[in-house]
Design a protein around this ligand. Structure first.
Ligand code: CUA
Length: 161
C-alpha cells in the first residue's frame, strides 16, 4: 500500500468514526428526551396504563364521577362502542376533571360546546378539565373512527343549576 492509498483509507475511516459518534450522540439525546417526557415523570395530561387491565383493575374498572370538595373527578372508559359511565351529572360552576382511557382501540372524547376534544389512546390516560358555566345537556361524542359502531358512540353530561 502506498502512502496516498493509506491517507484515503484513513480519511474514510475517520468519516465513519465521526458518523458513528454522531449517531451515538443522537441516540443519547433521543433516549434522554424520551425518559424526560415519558419515563419516571408523568407528563401533564397523560399517564401510562395497561389497556388489558382497564376493565378489571384500578380506577377505570369502576367508571364513575365523584364529587371531591367543590370539584368533580370522573374516571371514564371509552370503548367500542360507548362510554362508561353512560351518563354523568354535575353542578354548574364546579371544575370537572376527566380521566379517560380505552380498553380496546383509539377513540375520541369530545364534549360539545366546550373546548374538550381529546384522543383516547389505549395504554394512555387522557386528562382534561372543564368548568361548565351553563346548565344543560352536553353530548359527548367520539371523533376518531373506531369501527362500525363509531357513529353511535355517544354519551352525555348533564349540568345542573
Ligand atoms: Cu369510538 Cu369512534
Amino acid at each position: 500500500m502506498n502512502h496516498e492509498e493509506h491517507v484515503v483509507i484513513e480519511r474514510f475511516e475517520r468519516g465513519w468514526l465521526v458518523f458513528g459518534i454522531g449517531m451515538i450522540v443522537v441516540f443519547v439525546v433521543l433516549i434522554a428526551y424520551t425518559m424526560a417526557n415519558f419515563g419516571g415523570s408523568i407528563p401533564v395530561g397523560t399517564q401510562r396504563i395497561d389497556p388489558t387491565k382497564v376493565r378489571s383493575e384500578g380506577e377505570f374498572a369502576n367508571p364513575r364521577i365523584e364529587q371531591i370538595g367543590n370539584e368533580y373527578v370522573a374516571y371514564v372508559q371509552a370503548f367500542a362502542f360507548g362510554y362508561l359511565p353512560a351518563e354523568m351529572r354535575v353542578k354548574k360552576d364546579r371544575k370537572v376533571t376527566f380521566y379517560v382511557t380505552s380498553p380496546d382501540v383509539q377513540h375520541g372524547f369530545m364534549i360539545e360546546r366546550t373546548n374538550i376534544n381529546v384522543q383516547v389512546i389505549p395504554g394512555e390516560v387522557a386528562r382534561v378539565s372543564h368548568t361548565f358555566r351553563k346548565a344543560g345537556e352536553y353530548q359527548i361524542i367520539c371523533n376518531e373512527y373506531c369501527g362500525l359502531g363509531h357513529a353511535n358512540m355517544i354519551s352525555k353530561i348533564v349540568v345542573e343549576e
